[in-house]
Structures are given as structure tokens and as C-alpha cells.
Write a protein that binds this ligand. Structure first.
Ligand SMILES: *[C@@H]1O[C@H](CO)[C@@H](O)[C@H](O)[C@H]1NC(C)=O
Ligand SMILES: *[C@@H]1O[C@H](CO)[C@@H](O)[C@H](O)[C@H]1NC(C)=O
Ligand SMILES: *[C@@H]1O[C@H](CO)[C@@H](O)[C@H](O)[C@H]1NC(C)=O
Ligand SMILES: *[C@@H]1O[C@H](CO)[C@@H](O)[C@H](O)[C@H]1NC(C)=O
Ligand SMILES: *[C@@H]1O[C@H](CO)[C@@H](O)[C@H](O)[C@H]1NC(C)=O
Length: 376
């Protein structure tokens, strides 16, 4: 009956809304629930058409009726696709994967729409690929908590399981919100993504925020213009990572990690162009080309049990170029400073002196970029 009262509540709120009350009430009643940019009127809180039932899993909840009236076609502001309108429960144990996929699919088809994961829910979803192409301006707003079904430690070591929230083939996409992601690869940006903006994400006990893994099975990957801004990454074994396999092709360019707080994170800043799950991969003569990666205002602490907090392992075949470090200050969470960042075939500059200093970045451009650069 909890559901009934929830939906009654939402409907009640909608009625209040439709009578043009101020949005103050609404904001108090539903935490982050939606105030429009202009702040004058409110965005609709349900999709403009009926939610898709949450698939064929018999254990999933029965499809729910739309929780609020449909927005009028000419209403201003983004269409909001609340995952709870698609059957997500958010109790920390129900598998909400299908509801997320349905909300994603619906929002994907509407320009500048928002997939909303509301605050005060703990949504359990299994390994999920959020794939495009979608209409431009799509936003995934995570205000609640996203968690994997079991501790990541219990998962098999297959690549698909290791990458939990994967974004694939997206152009002009934003991920934001005030929630927390507890996951394996907290967020992973896959091939074919461009113009992606990730703002204010909190990752706890995860593998951090990754671009990749790219170039698997000699594939071609093009990723460009990705900004990760205002994230907090804590108790994680990687912070911000770019990982590619040997033998791939394509280019990763114009990547910016900025205003990121690290807390007790191992491998805070890492480029790994020798990514391999089995440790048995051979070095090959081609690689995805990395160029134009900026790390700016990245501060906090690292867990120094394993290695230096900054690690740039670029491929022999194609060096990484145009790496910029600015206001990077990483200190040990406890114990001694690890002052030997690792660089291999990495070119770039320190705009300000990093802590620890990364004297190993090479100036300028490599003499030859090799014939293997594939500019996308
Ligand atoms: C996320 O983006 C949406 C759509 O642009 C916006 O309404 C919302 O305020 C943003 N949330 C945060 C926390 O930045
Ligand atoms: C980069 O992506 C953002 C959206 O995340 C977009 O606003 C901006 O115009 C893009 N920049 C270029 C150079 O395409
Ligand atoms: C620091 O992070 C590691 C995982 O990288 C975790 O095992 C450890 O418990 C964390 N320490 C604290 C004090 O949270
Ligand atoms: C691949 O190349 C790197 C860098 O030159 C080297 O450190 C590593 O040992 C090589 N791995 C194999 C399997 O040959
Ligand atoms: C270096 O990368 C930045 C973006 O990270 C880009 O604006 C700049 O044009 C690049 N410079 C060169 C020489 O490619």
C-alpha cells in the first residue's frame, strides 16, 4: 500500500501544480524534483506517453500508471522521464534495470529530455549499457543512489560485468545530479561518444570514471569532447582513467577532467594503453591515438598501497600527445608521499607544478607519430 500512498501523493502534488501554486511547496515535498531553469513554472514529471512495462521478468513489479498528467504538447522545459514512472522501485533490492532501460529508451527519442533518478531512492541495477544514438541534449540526472546487485567483488571477471554503467554511441549527452554511484566501473564512456558532459557525480568504492576500454579486438574507436567536471571519487581503486587495448585504432581527443576531488583513491590519474584482462595480451603495432587530455584542479588524497597516483602508460606504437596538467595536487591519505609518477611515451606540459611533480612528461611533440594514427 506504500505504493498507493506514494502515487496518491504524487498525483496530489500534480493537482497542486496544475493549479499554479508556487513551486516552493513542490520542492519541499520532493527534494530535487523539478524546478525549471527559469524557476517560474515546473517541468512535467512524467513522460509524454505511457511508460513501457518493465519487461518480462516475472519478479518485476507490475507496470504502474503514469504518476502525473501528461504534459501539454507545448509545455516549456525538458520532458522528464522519471524512472519510478517506468516501474523502478528504488528500495535497494528490487532489480530496477528494466525500468531504467525503458526510461532511457523513451527519453532517447525526445530531444533535450531528462531521465531522472530521483533522490531518496536506492536503485539496484545490473550491468547496463546506455546506448545511443539519441536525440541531442539528453540528460541523465542521478539524484538518488545507484548500486549494483551484489558487491562488485562477487562478480565474474568478464569485461561486460566489470563495466557497470556504460555509455555508448552518445552525442551531446549530460550526466549530472546530486546522487551517488556505488559500482564497479562507476561510469564508463565507450566508443562513439562525443560532446558528453559529466557533472557532479559521486563515485564510492568503484573503479572510478573511465573512458574505455577502447580498441578491443582491433576495433576502431572515436571519442571526442568529453568533460568530467565536479566529481568526487572516493575509496576507489582508480580515479579518472583512460584505457585502451593494444591493436585498436581511432582517436580519443579533447578530453577534460576538471574540478575533481579524490579521497583515498588509488591510481587517481591513469592512462593505460596496455589494458588487458588476462595479462596475456601481446603488444601490437597499432593503438588508439590519445591527444588533448587536460587534468585541471584535481585535488585530494590517494591510497598509496600500490602505486604512484599518476600513471601514463601510452603505447609504443602511438604516443599520447598534448596532455595538460594544471593544479593537480594529490597527497597520501596516510603514510609517505609517493613521488615517482610513471610516464611512458607521454607528451605534454605541467601548467602549474603538480604534486607529486610529473617531470616524466615529455615536452613538445614526438618526432614521428607513426603511420598508425587514425584521425577519425
Ligand atoms: C541536471 O541537468 C538538468 C537539465 O539540464 C537540470 O535541470 C538540473 O538542474 C541539473 N542538475 C544538477 C544537479 O546540476
Ligand atoms: C563539446 O561538448 C559540449 C557539450 O557537452 C558542447 O556544448 C560543445 O559545443 C562541444 N564542443 C565542441 C568543440 O564541439
Ligand atoms: C581506502 O580505499 C580502499 C579501496 O581502494 C579501501 O579498501 C579502504 O577501506 C579505504 N580506506 C578508508 C579509510 O576508507
Ligand atoms: C609491451 O610494451 C611495454 C612498453 O614498451 C613493455 O613495458 C611491456 O613489457 C610490453 N609487453 C609485452 C607483453 O611485450
Ligand atoms: C591540445 O588539447 C587542447 C584540448 O585539450 C586543444 O584545445 C588544443 O588545441 C590542443 N593542441 C594541439 C596542438 O593539438
Amino acid at each position: 500500500m506504500e505504493h498507493c500512498s506514494y502515487y496518491t501523493f504524487v498525483i496530489l502534488i500534480s493537482i497542486i501544480l496544475s493549479q499554479h501554486f508556487t513551486n516552493v511547496l513542490f520542492v519541499e515535498g520532493r527534494a530535487h524534483y523539478h524546478k525549471k531553469k527559469g524557476g517560474k513554472s515546473l517541468a512535467p514529471s512524467s513522460p509524454s506517453y505511457a511508460p513501457v512495462p518493465s519487461g518480462d521478468d516475472p519478479s518485476s513489479p507490475s507496470p504502474v500508471a503514469p504518476s502525473t498528467p501528461y504534459p501539454s504538447p507545448d509545455s516549456e522545459g525538458p520532458c522528464i522521464f522519471d524512472v519510478t514512472s517506468f516501474g523502478a522501485v528504488g528500495d535497494g533490492s528490487n532489480d530496477d534495470t528494466n525500468a531504467f532501460q525503458a526510461a532511457w529508451k523513451a527519453a532517447c527519442a525526445v530531444e533535450s529530455s531528462v531521465v531522472l533518478v530521483p533522490a531518496r531512492g536506492k536503485f539496484m541495477i545490473t550491468s547496463s549499457i546506455f546506448s545511443g544514438p539519441c536525440k541531442p541534449g539528453l540528460v541523465l540526472q542521478i539524484d538518488g543512489i545507484l548500486m549494483p546487485p551484489e558487491g562488485p567483488d562477487c562478480w565474474p571477471e568478464s569485461d561486460s560485468k566489470r563495466q557497470w554503467l556504460v555509455f555508448y554511441r552518445l552525442n551531446d549527452f549530460t550526466l549530472n545530479g546530486t546522487g551517488t554511484i556505488e559500482g564497479d566501473d562507476c561510469i564508463s564512456i565507450g566508443p562513439g561518444c562525443s560532446d558528453v558532459d559529466i557533472q557532479g557525480v559521486v563515485c564510492d568504492h568503484s573503479h572510478g570514471i573511465s573512458i574505455g576500454s577502447l580498441g578491443v579486438h582491433n576495433s576502431r574507436s572515436c571519442v571526442s569532447n568529453i568533460t568530467v567536471k565536479g566529481a568526487l571519487i572516493k575509496n576507489s581503486d582508480n580515479g579518472v582513467r583512460i584505457k585502451t587495448w593494444q591493436g585498436g585504432s581511432g582517436t580519443v581527443s579533447d578530453i577534460s577532467f576538471q574540478d575533481i576531488q579524490m579521497e583515498n583513491t588509488t591510481n587517481s590519474i591513469i592512462i593505460d594503453q596496455y589494458y588487458c584482462l588476462t595479462k596475456a595480451c601481446r603488444n601490437e603495432t597499432s593503438a588508439v591515438y590519445l591527444s588533448g587530455v587536460t587534468y585541471k584542479n584535481i585535488k585530494g588524497t590517494y591510497n598509496n598501497v600500490r602505486s604512484a597516483p599518476i600513471h601514463f602508460a601510452c603505447s609504443d606504437a602511438v604516443p599520447c600527445t598534448n596532455i595538460t596538467m594544471s593544479e593537480v595536487e594529490l597527497l597520501p591519505a596516510q603514510g609517505e608521499l609517493v613521488d615517482d609518477p610513471f610516464c611512458w611515451n607521454a607528451y605534454g606540459i605541467q601548467e602549474t607544478l603538480s604534486i607529486p611533480p610529473i617531470e616524466c612528461l615529455q615536452d613538445g611533440m614526438p618526432l614521428s607519430l607513426g603511420e598508425h594514427v587514425d584521425g577519425c
